[in-house]
Design a protein around this ligand. Structure first.
Ligand code: AMP
Length: 404
């Protein structure tokens, strides 16, 4: 996917409107709980500063009503954290309560070279989510160039992702460094993977991953299906699944997917054993079940035989993409299988120089929790956006950027 990049951008003395994803968790007092997304944007901010440009950062945070400023959703604590991360050599000017208009323009005008401007929550205005062109025109007027570094929002056709760059007409519109990295791992590696190419899919529902499975069937050598979605496949195959989660309206689809996989020569591997319990809680009695889960018992994680078999398969793959935990990873002891998959991916990355990619959201949290995030080639910062890319879908936020 050839999208213009920061390296192509000439922005000395220019105002660079930069869409970032600073939608970070805050505690009850408004303090930043996890600043990974802020830190992830710093290289692009620094790159613009180094080129002599003035970064003007814009982001959404949470779900305000869209009818004006709300203190609980102000980006002020994030601006303070950014200031701390950038250090005293760069002053961060925060535009409180608004993301356009005269106050934003005044703040931008008074900013000196080396400073950074941060606008307040884009979603204080309904025009952001509505992709409104009038709202976008005013935001666009604040910049001479546009940088998108908000992969986590790239699947949403919101104004700051689409209508704003569109309103900037022939001004330069490029991908930031984080977006560039996401595109590399999720699009370029997917289209020309080293083989064997293995996909691991888990999570709650077949219906959520259906488009991804269909797209992957044409690209991969095998797919490991875990998580609750495995039970719809196992049920379709005729196995007893007890009280495990089954999407009854997806049983026929699961059957058809297994048939098309067989005709395309793609192996769909289902768990060969399961960690089962009657309820999801910490000290509950568990059983390892092989084929056939008894009545009243739920499959809540892949079992030890499956872990051993899948670790071998992961070890012999040269490209692995993973989306969706293979068990109820939030609740020990049902986190073991997911942690073992993360470990196997880290191992093959190190030992065989395999390319390993983890989709964002729950899977990224699980890999982080298991302590292997740093040992995997790429852990995506976007849950929904990374899934759209596995589906082979075009992302609206990427379509608005210049081609390389
Ligand atoms: P998703 O957002 O579709 O990737 O789903 C993630 C959720 O699937 C997590 O909250 C897991 O707890 C849940 N999950 C994974 N495996 C199972 C399972 N065997 N039974 C019930 N829920 C599961």
């Amino acid at each position: 996917m050839a999208t213009a990049q920061i390296a192509d951008l000439k922005c000395a003395h220019q105002r660079v409107l930069m869409r970032v994803d600073f939608n970070v968790p805050l505690d009850e007092d408004g303090a930043v709980l996890d600043d990974r997304r802020i830190r992830a944007a710093i290289p692009t901010v620094q790159a613009v500063l180094k080129k002599g440009g003035l970064p003007i950062l814009m982001s959404h945070l949470g779900r305000p009503s869209g009818t004006g400023p709300e203190t609980a959703y102000s980006l002020e604590p994030i601006a303070s954290r950014l200031q701390a991360l950038l250090g005293s050599s760069h002053q961060v000017h925060f535009v409180s309560g608004v993301c356009r208009g005269s106050e934003a323009s005044r703040t931008i005008e008074k900013a000196a070279t080396g400073d950074v401007v941060m606008l307040d929550n884009l979603r204080f205005e309904a025009g952001e989510k509505a992709n409104d062109s009038e709202f976008a025109k005013e935001v666009a007027a604040l910049g001479d160039a546009y940088v998108n570094d908000a992969f986590g929002t790239a699947h949403r056709a919101h104004a700051s992702m689409v209508a704003v760059p569109d309103a900037m007409h022939c001004k330069p519109k490029v991908a930031g460094l984080l977006l560039e990295q996401e595109i590399h791992y999720l699009a370029d590696v997917m289209s020309s993977p080293a083989t064997p190419f293995l996909a691991i899919l888990g999570g709650a529902k077949v219906s959520d991953k259906l488009a991804a499975i269909r797209n992957l069937l044409g690209r991969v050598d095998s797919i490991l299906v875990g998580g609750a979605m495995a039970y719809t496949f196992l049920h379709a195959r005729g196995d007893a699944v007890g009280a495990s989660l089954v999407e009854t309206d997806m049983i026929e689809t699961a059957q058809m997917l297994m048939e098309s996989a067989a005709s395309e020569g793609v192996e769909i591997c289902l768990p060969i054993d399961h960690i089962c319990a009657q309820t999801i809680s910490k000290d509950v009695e568990t059983r390892v079940c092989e084929i056939g889960i008894p009545r009243g018992w739920m499959g809540l994680d892949i079992g030890p035989e499956t872990v051993a078999d899948w670790a071998i398969r992961i070890d012999s793959a040269r490209t692995v993409v993973w989306n969706g935990p293979v068990g109820v990873f939030e609740q020990p002891p049902f986190n073991v299988g997911t942690a073992a998959i993360a470990e196997a991916m880290a191992h093959t990355t190190k030992r065989h120089d395999a390319t390993t990619v983890v989709g964002g959201g729950e899977t990224a949290a699980a890999v982080e929790q298991a302590g292997f995030a740093g040992a995997i080639s790429h852990v995506s910062t976007g849950g929904g956006a990374s899934l759209r890319m596995l589906e082979g879908a075009a992302l609206p936020g990427l379509a608005s950027l210049d081609s390389a």
